[in-house]
Write a protein that binds this ligand. Structure first.
Ligand SMILES: N[C@@H](CCC[C@H](N)C(=O)O)C(=O)O
Length: 276
């Protein structure tokens, strides 16, 4: 089977064209877990599968490296768009992608036929606790004190295609992220678990975000998490509506306008044939 490997700010993916393989979108779980294994296969944070859509130009099916399916992936959708454009599945610079989080509008920024960056309309997200979802009596789950393991955190959550929770930190500390990330991810108040973003506000236009992802652990960047972090920081009046969001793997730009927009790169690493 032919595949491409790509990354968006270090969040890496295997992309395949699944339009004619006869496999239903819900049936890639064990395949995803197998090919995303970094020692036994190609290895990646997630799998992107192209399907035909009757609602949009194309459909993106996304799976995490543990085989769980997710409604949306921010870095993944940029890599997906680069894949479908460079392989001529889609021949336009502006097009639509169907996801479990709805239809996304895409604008490719190209020069001489090469994709430089990709702008994704991420929709509006939701602050409603029932949408995240979070088990709480509050309508929204913002700055809520929660005891996790041996310490108390102030958590703020929103749905940005997938559930996201943010925690403010002073400095990056991988031991801290690997201890508290999974504990917050699995906290019983989140019935569908949550992605956990550790956020450092540098100034009103720049934040750093380090994400512990549901379904794949610590990654070098998480597009939906960087978007959710920018939106929550703006809601809490810590930042402006346009911010640069930097993770260990790179930077994306988030603009809060009529919709929330994420702009960033997608890089092809290699292509090859998978023995399956
Ligand atoms: N890496 C992604 C998010 C992928 C989904 C997430 N792990 C989940 O299961 O909710 C991104 O760039 O947004």
């Amino acid at each position: 089977m032919k595949f491409w490997k790509l990354h968006g700010i270090g969040n890496d993916f295997i992309a395949i064209d699944g339009r004619f393989d006869g496999i239903e979108p819900e049936n890639y779980s064990s395949f995803a877990a197998k090919v995303c294994n970094r020692r036994m296969s190609v290895g990646a944070d997630g799998l992107l599968v192209v399907k035909n859509s009757d609602k949009a130009d194309v459909e993106m099916v996304y799976y995490n490296s543990d085989g769980s399916r997710a409604a949306m992936c921010g870095n993944g959708i940029r890599c997906f768009c680069r894949f479908v454009y460079d392989t001529h599945i889609v021949k336009k610079e502006e097009f639509t992608v169907d996801t479990l989080d709805g239809v996304k509008h895409i604008t490719l920024k190209t020069s001489d036929g090469r994709v430089n960056s990709i702008k994704v309309d991420m929709g509006h997200g939701s602050f409603l606790a029932k949408d995240v979802p979070v088990n709480t009596d509050e309508e929204m789950f913002i700055n809520q004190k929660v005891k996790i393991l041996d310490r108390e955190f102030e958590l703020s959550s929103m749905l940005m295609g997938v559930p996201h929770t943010i925690v403010f930190i002073d400095e990056f500390d991988i031991d801290f992220i690997e201890k508290y990330g999974p504990a917050i991810e699995h906290c019983e108040i989140f019935p569908e678990k949550t992605n956990v973003n550790f956020v450092k506000v540098r100034d009103q236009y720049n934040i750093n975000v380090y994400t512990w992802e549901r379904g794949c652990g610590y990654t070098l960047g998480c597009g939906t998490g960087m978007t959710a972090s920018a939106v929550i920081c703006n809601y809490l009046e810590k930042t402006e509506k346009s911010v640069n969001v930097t993770s260990k793997g790179g930077t994306v730009k988030i603009d809060i306008d009529d919709c929330i927009y994420m702009t960033g790169p997608a890089v092809k690493i290699c292509e090859g044939y998978l023995e399956v």
